[in-house]
Ligand binder design. Structure first.
Ligand SMILES: *[C@@H]1O[C@H](CO)[C@@H](O)[C@H](O)[C@H]1NC(C)=O
Ligand SMILES: *[C@@H]1O[C@H](CO)[C@@H](O)[C@H](O)[C@H]1NC(C)=O
Ligand SMILES: *[C@@H]1O[C@H](CO)[C@@H](O)[C@H](O)[C@H]1NC(C)=O
Ligand SMILES: *[C@@H]1O[C@H](CO)[C@@H](O)[C@H](O)[C@H]1NC(C)=O
Length: 301
């Protein structure tokens, strides 16, 4: 009886909370690295006999933002956590990208974020918008993710006022080549050829990994790293005759322009200009992000 009591207590005190913790992490922390790490410690032997299904392709979304924007970051984190796993086919890793931290507060708070979420990349630069942060981002990635095997098939640069719909994003890239790709929303007024815009606008554009490597070695890109970031990325590729496979997502990526359901069509890949909490809230509501909230006696919303 005594022994039984102990083992029951042991289950209650140690094993149950551990299992719960594992379950919570697996559910709530979709970051793939984290998930994999935890899987290895949480997974039951029976489960681990299943073969790991490798995604068909991998996308990195780097959100260039500022260390002090803690609240915005948390909204974005939650919004993307609730979209994972995007599909069976494509893996999406979202990372927040900073230049050097500058204050003691940042060094503690960001360190905690990294330890909790592992979704931060800190580049060797001083915070700036059009003085080369985008160049440093792309040029650093081959060093951030060293190794012969390419870590991602596509790398997207985005900002903290853009919301991506993962399923549509994955679907838009799945059937595309994995090399020499320049993808995004073309800047329209500057071109008459919709198939060949001079550049993709800054809300979120993607290039294939070979072009990331090319940028990191291109002397022309290094010499011309400071300027309006989206125009300059287009310039590097145009001058270097790179990114011949261009995919303009057009009206599937748009600026926030209204609060009606018709303003958020199902084929949407990204909504931009989400500068205010209000516009984030409208967008997330329109995409039914919180519909799955379970009812409970613990809260009412
Ligand atoms: C970081 O950037 C500074 C200034 O551009 C440079 O002097 C330094 O060598 C860089 N450090 C590393 C580790 O790349
Ligand atoms: C960024 O911080 C690193 C490490 O503290 C330092 O070596 C580097 O020079 C800094 N870079 C810039 C551009 O300030
Ligand atoms: C880059 O700048 C250096 C120094 O100004 C110059 O010598 C070189 O020719 C430039 N390279 C390209 C490709 O523009
Ligand atoms: C959100 O849910 C409503 C009601 O269930 C539905 O009519 C609408 O199509 C959904 N919107 C999206 C973008 O899935």
């Amino acid at each position: 009886m005594f022994e039984k009591g102990i083992s029951q207590n042991l289950i209650l005190v140690v094993i149950l909370p551990l299992a719960l913790l594992c379950a919570i992490f697996l559910y709530a922390v979709p970051n793939s690295n984290f998930q994999l790490n935890l899987l290895s410690s949480c997974q039951q032997p029976a489960l681990s006999s299943h073969p790991n299904s490798e995604p068909e392709f991998k996308i990195l979304i780097g959100i260039l933002t500022l260390p002090e924007k803690y609240e915005r970051r948390q909204i974005i984190r939650n919004a993307y956590a609730l979209q994972q796993p995007a599909t069976q086919n494509g893996q999406i890793d979202v990372r927040f990208v900073f230049c050097n931290l500058t204050t003691d507060e940042q060094k503690i708070f960001i360190a905690m974020e990294i330890m909790t979420y592992r979704d931060v990349i800190i580049l060797n630069c001083t915070e700036n918008m059009n003085k080369g942060k985008t160049y440093t981002y792309f040029a650093s990635l081959p060093h951030v993710f060293p190794g012969k095997q390419r870590r991602y098939d596509y790398v997207i640069k985005s900002d903290d006022d853009t919301y991506f719909r993962f399923n549509n994003l994955v679907a838009s890239l799945r059937d595309k080549p994995r090399e020499d790709v320049y993808w995004g929303k073309g800047f329209e007024p500057m071109t008459t050829d919709p198939k060949n815009p001079p550049y993709m606008v800054g809300m979120g554009y993607g290039i294939s990994w070979d072009l990331v490597e090319w940028i990191s070695t291109s002397e022309f890109a290094r010499n011309n790293s400071e300027g309006v970031e989206d125009i300059f990325l287009g310039l590097w590729l145009n001058i270097g005759e790179k990114g011949k496979n261009r995919y303009d997502m057009r009206e599937r990526m748009y600026d926030f322009h209204g609060e009606e359901p018709k303003d958020f069509p199902p084929e949407t890949i990204a909504v931009h200009m989400l500068k205010l909490d209000f516009t984030w809230a409208v967008t997330l509501r329109m995409f039914n992000v919180t519909n799955r909230l379970e009812s409970s006696g613990l809260y009412h919303i």
